[in-house]
Design a binder for this molecule. Sequence first.
Ligand code: NDP
Ligand code: OXD
Length: 311
Amino acid sequence: MTRPVIAYKSDPVRGAVWHDIFAREAPDLRLVDWTPDGEAAAAPYLVAWTPPPDLARAMPRLQALFCIGAGIDHLPVHELPQTVQVVRMVDPNLTASMVEYVVMAVLALHRDLPFYRTEQAAGRWTPRPVRPATERRIGLMGLGVLGQAAARALSGFGFPVRGWSASPKSLDGIETFAGDATLSHFLSGTDILICLLPLTPATRGLLNRDLFARLPSGAGLVNAGRGGHAVEADLLAALDSGQLSGAILDVLATEPPPADHPLLAHPRVVVTPHVASATQPAGAARQVIQGVRAHLRGEPIAHAIDRSQGY
Ligand code: NDP
Ligand code: OXD
């Protein structure tokens, strides 16, 4: 019997791990490296971060596109026939790394690290009072896989944690808010705001002047979602006015940013180069194997996005 083919178009070094997992754990499936013709182009499944251009035409038999990352905003989803499922990555290692990043960023802001970095550079020794975690309110925008895991970890430090999502949630020890009508209330009780939203038409540019003004004065910001969530000119203005006391940004509108980007030079901003988290190849390969097998059995593929919502 011919084995269903999964085309792989990504990093060849990580690809070696994928081939190894498929060979050992999925002899019923065939993983082939992407080439624009032949077997890969005729495959019903594709694994990629950057799909081939003009995907619908390049892979006319495509049934499911497995994204190597958690966010799918960069994919040409709207160009694909409605029958093609788009599946995002949910991997315990990816979640764990994001939790580490968010905890690191929140603790850095909570313990005034951007301020001390500037003081150190100026040769100054300027102690500030230590504020207990119980008096620093953390707000997470996005209570999905990553937001919920981060919320639980932050709660463990004693921070009062609240979260905002599209649909209502009930989470032990976390105050939850749902929908646009609750956003102001959510923001007014947030001292450090974390963005872990997907980038969609509804969330693009949400971190803007109006939103910053609804936070308590001197709030901190962590953006580990997407650069497109923030209006960077508004972010700079909020930092310069003191409305925001500091920001830790893993994502920017343009990646990599130009060397003279004002956020890179800002004394109260720490920028990391989109490294908050990453998919690990072994876990990702196993998720794809499970997804393809489910599809072949006629069952739903776990973590397929809702194409009407865009995430
Ligand atoms: P999920 O899809 O599991 O969660 C998304 C959350 O955002 C859900 O709680 C959802 O609400 C909420 N949401 C979506 N739209 C809105 C809206 N308009 N208003 C309010 N809430 C909304 O995603 P993940 O947690 O897995 O990932 C989140 C994002 O993190 C990714 O899309 C990606 O952009 C980013 N990311 C960044 C990485 C990095 O290295 N910087 C690495 C991995 C991911 P509801 O629950 O009601 O659906
Ligand atoms: C992702 C990312 O979405 O790396 O997985 O940003």
